[in-house]
Design a protein around this ligand. Structure first.
Ligand code: ATP
Ligand code: MG
Ligand code: MG
Ligand code: MG
Length: 561
């Protein structure tokens, strides 16, 4: 492509609104433009990057045996009512009415729509397993859209949904996607790590997130140095608070706390099975009160409570009794959890500082527990070990934390959706069975931004070759006849040999062209200067390393291919 014929509105100055490197550089390189909060137009360069990522995703999804479909952006409320998510999804679901006053939403994810397809079209186990995927625009009315493509309201996702005959098959489908994701992110040139994850609004039985490691990541992961354990802190059973945020510790003392409700009472009160317990945060709200924040599955019937430290007696403080947790009805888990508690002002931070922890003894608690001092990882493992049903805590090594960007997420759904929507098939015995499902997402547009977070310097982006908008920027530094002629012949021969080349054919100063080339970040820059050419040389620069070398013009093509 010729720069003179392409809209690449680069910016010299940093746009004020951009807080992260990727947001700043993608705006400055003329790749994206904001239309509304969290809603962007992809300009030619930005779109080329997305198409590259999509191509890698398609190749690997096809290779893993998934078939591509394309579902609608608008979906009818009836389907969402069947699973209860019409009420449950909350404000992230953008709803509207059509001219007949029928309720619709813009799809934030497509479990309902694909499960509806399955139950209508698939009858027999012979047609299974199945895995459908699409690459499509999603809409989530994010409370805080930010960081450009990183957290948009409208964004591009690859979502896939598997349907298996049984658990074992579903696990195999999950593993295939897990493997495909590893290949996809490796091929995109990202440094990443799969971690155990929470299931959030999608629900299901287990999941892994793929985290791109970057300082600007919104997620915190904990992992063992030995590499045997890695999890999102939302999921991790060890939740190390940030010591710098906490007031000085007080001595740990045991107190008698007779008459507290037991976990059994609590679970009964919530109408859940104790086996559904997963996570709790525990702290004091007053001198003597133990508060338990529950983190659920966005489903009132599935509120999951667990006493974090193995205590047997807790008093339950449900979010409606905690006024600071505004907008959190009982059982709605959105604003609950360590990550969110952090932003819930002083009240929560203070509470976390010297908190009451459960003892394993009836009628006893410790007050003024201090995480760093009183709970080593091993100690914690002991406590959890003491709990029935959790015999194998794995995080017994030294744990470290890192920041990450969630670029992909795979879920084992089980029969959550097939049951709600009666998605069945006939097995070999002619018996009706529920399909066992999995679902798998990749934030295609987020991958682009995450790549910039990992690959940049003070001058701009350094795209990895597989997802770069162009392989080469061709930079003739003058409009003289020999320079232009060489540029145009190299342009043609590169195109003919499949090298994607951006020809900066503008009549601009060398400095402007260099700056733009560095900003846009193609992996190779081929500079044709008048003086060099007179000596039979052009200059090849590798953007990633900054290395340059002088070569003869007729060596340019062989060097690049
Ligand atoms: P997050 O925790 O960042 O809000 P999520 O867990 O809600 O993401 P999923 O439901 O797991 O997202 O969706 C699958 C993938 O879609 C995510 O792993 C992420 O890469 C991408 N994604 C989700 N929300 C956004 C968004 N607002 N903007 C861009 N990409 C997104
Ligand atoms: Mg989200
Ligand atoms: Mg998430
Ligand atoms: Mg997720």
């Amino acid at each position: 492509m010729r720069v003179s014929e392409t809209l690449i509105p680069t910016l010299r100055e940093d746009p004020g609104e951009a807080e992260t490197v990727s947001h700043r550089y993608m705006l400055r390189a003329g790749m994206i433009r904001k239309v509304a909060a969290g809603i962007y137009t992809y300009l030619p360069l930005g779109l080329r990057v997305l198409r590259k990522i999509e191509k890698i995703v398609r190749e690997e999804m096809n290779r893993a045996g998934a078939q591509e479909v394309l579902m609608p952006v608008a979906s009818p409320a009836e389907l969402w009512r069947e699973t209860g998510r019409w009420d449950f999804y909350g404000k992230e679901l953008l709803r509207f009415k059509d001219r007949h006053e029928r309720d619709f939403c813009l799809g934030p994810t497509h479990e309902e729509v694909i499960t509806d397809l399955f139950r209508r079209e698939v009858r027999s186990y012979r047609q299974m397993p199945l895995n459908f995927y699409q690459i499509q625009t999603k809409f989530r009315d994010e409370i805080r859209p930010r960081f450009g493509l990183m957290r948009g309201r409208e964004f591009i996702m690859k979502d896939a949904y598997s349907f298996d005959r049984d658990e074992a098959g579903a696990r195999l489908s999950y593993q295939k996607m897990y493997d495909a994701y590893n290949r996809i992110f490796a091929r995109c040139g990202l440094t990443f790590r799969p971690v155990e994850a929470d299931t959030g609004l999608i629900g299901g039985t287990s999941s892994h997130e793929f985290m791109v490691l970057a300082e600007t990541g919104e997620e915190t992961i904990v992992y063992s140095e030995e590499g045997t354990y890695a999890a999102n802190v939302e999921r991790a059973e060890v939740l190390p608070p940030d010591a710098s945020e906490l007031p000085a510790p007080r001595p740990l003392t045991a107190v008698s706390t007779p008459g507290r409700r037991t976990v059994e009472e609590v679970t009964k009160f919530l109408k859940i099975a104790p086996t559904q317990l997963v996570k709790t945060l525990l702290y004091t709200t007053g001198k003597d009160t133990v508060a338990v924040l529950v983190r659920g599955d966005h489903d009132v019937n599935e509120i999951k409570v667990k006493h974090l430290l193995g205590a047997t007696d807790v008093e339950l403080v449900v979010p409606e009794r905690v006024p600071e947790l505004t907008g959190a009805p009982v059982g709605y888990a959105g604003p609950v959890g360590l990550k969110n508690i952090r932003v819930l002002a002083d009240w929560a931070v203070k509470a976390m500082a010297n908190f009451v922890v459960g003892a394993n003894k009836a009628d006893t608690h410790f007050v003024d527990a201090n995480w760093a001092r009183d709970f080593t990882v091993d100690h914690f493992a002991d406590l959890r070990n003491a709990q029935a049903g959790d015999p194998s805590p794995r995080q017994d090594g030294t744990l470290k934390t890192a920041k990450g960007i969630e670029v992909g997420h795979v879920f084992m759904l089980g029969t959550k959706y097939s049951q709600a929507m009666k998605a069945t098939f006939l097995d070999a015995q002619g018996q009706e069975q529920l399909a066992v499902m999995g679902c798998y997402g990749i934030g295609v547009s987020r991958v682009a931004a995450a790549s910039v977070e990992q690959n940049h310097d003070a001058k701009g982006i350094k795209w990895p070759i597989p997802i770069a908008p162009f392989h080469v920027t061709l930079l003739p530094l003058s409009q003289s006849e020999p320079v232009t002629q060489l540029a145009s012949s190299l342009y043609r021969s590169m195109q003919e040999s499949g090298i994607e080349v951006l020809w900066d054919d503008r009549d601009e100063r060398a400095g402007v062209k260099f700056n733009d080339a560095d900003l846009i970040g193609a992996p190779f820059h081929l500079v044709i200067g008048e003086k060099g050419l007179a000596q039979g040389q052009v200059e090849l620069k590798v953007r990633q390393t900054g290395d340059t070398k002088k070569i003869a013009p007729d060596q340019a093509l062989p060097t690049l291919t």
